[in-house]
Design a protein around this ligand. Structure first.
Ligand code: R5P
Length: 287
């Protein structure tokens, strides 16, 4: 089994190859002035390919498909994809008539190749794994590492910003030995204003609260959750997010938080949670 990687995933590739004793080779990449791209791979019968698809998701997806195509043409029989961040995962259903299920389209292309497994981290919705047919999807959620990062703040309550993310709050809270819940929106019948509060009615007064979510994009979701937690009396509010895109003025918007922790699926200044050990472990289980 050979480990192939795109150059923006070299850090992960080095750590994974060191843990598993695999021979790691980069995929050669070229970007042409007209926007087209080209790759060159070392043929392998069996290979794990690490592709960090964010940022530049569209370009990186084309490079991934070209690499898969070349590997298949050269006789690959078994490929394992390591995709730390799954792009297009938020378009996991049709929100308006006429729209595609984008993540189904992306995964549909992968199905065309001899890919046996996809290892990814914190899929936006775990059910998107169903869109990739017989390819087995390993969805890593580094709850223990997230808990480790948050532990110094003596977290009392872990909250997700919404119902859909509550399983993250539950997993991290269990690792911390804290309470957990999810935020629910409600409208004040007198003023018409919209507020958020824990679904169960759990009090946040004087508590240290951690907000966990999968993606920090513009920061709006975390800012809203933090401000509501503070309005409900939280003593300190911290956040741990798996994939940090930090778009626009996200850093400014999330100033309400006393600390933000992200994983290194998308490297940024908050990426203190290294998922390479979890990816290596998932890969080791398959090999
Ligand atoms: C939404 O479904 C996701 O789980 C995140 O909550 C969302 O993508 C965060 O986006 P933003 O930072 O722009 O509020």
């Amino acid at each position: 089994m050979r480990l192939l990687y795109f150059k923006n995933a070299e850090d992960l590739a080095r750590r994974i190859s060191a843990k598993l004793g695999l021979d790691a080779r980069p995929v050669e990449e070229r970007d042409f002035p007209d926007g087209e791209v080209l790759v060159r791979v070392e043929p392998a019968r069996e290979a794990a390919l690490i592709a960090r698809l964010y940022p530049d998701v569209n370009k990186n997806l084309v490079k991934l498909f070209l690499a898969l195509d070349a590997l298949a043409d050269y006789g690959a029989e078994r490929l394992i994809l390591v995709l730390p961040y799954m792009p297009y995962a938020r378009q996991d259903r049709r929100f308006r008539e006429g729209e595609p299920i984008s993540v189904k389209a992306v995964l549909g292309h992968i199905k065309e190749y001899p890919v046996s497994h996809i290892i990814s981290v914190d899929l936006h919705k775990p059910y998107i794994a169903d869109y990739v047919g017989n390819v087995r999807v390993v969805n890593v959620y580094p709850a223990a590492k997230i808990a480790e990062a948050l532990r110094r703040w003596n977290i009392d309550v872990v909250l997700s910003p919404d119902f859909g993310s509550q399983f993250r709050a539950e997993a991290v809270a269990k690792a911390l030995g804290a309470a957990w819940d999810y935020f629910e929106k409600y409208r004040d019948r007198e003023t018409g204003e919209i507020f958020m509060r824990p679904r169960s009615g759990l009090s946040l007064q004087g508590k240290n609260v951690a907000i966990v979510d999968d993606i920090l994009a513009t920061g709006g979701t975390l800012a809203e959750a933090c401000e509501n937690a503070k309005a409900l009396g939280a003593a300190g509010v911290y956040a741990a997010v798996t994939h940090c895109q930090l778009l626009g003025n996200a850093r400014e918007r999330t100033k309400c938080l006393s600390a933000v922790y992200c994983s290194n699926t998308i490297p940024c200044e908050y990426s203190s949670i290294d998922v390479s050990a979890e990816l290596a472990e998932a890969l080791a289980q398959i090999l």
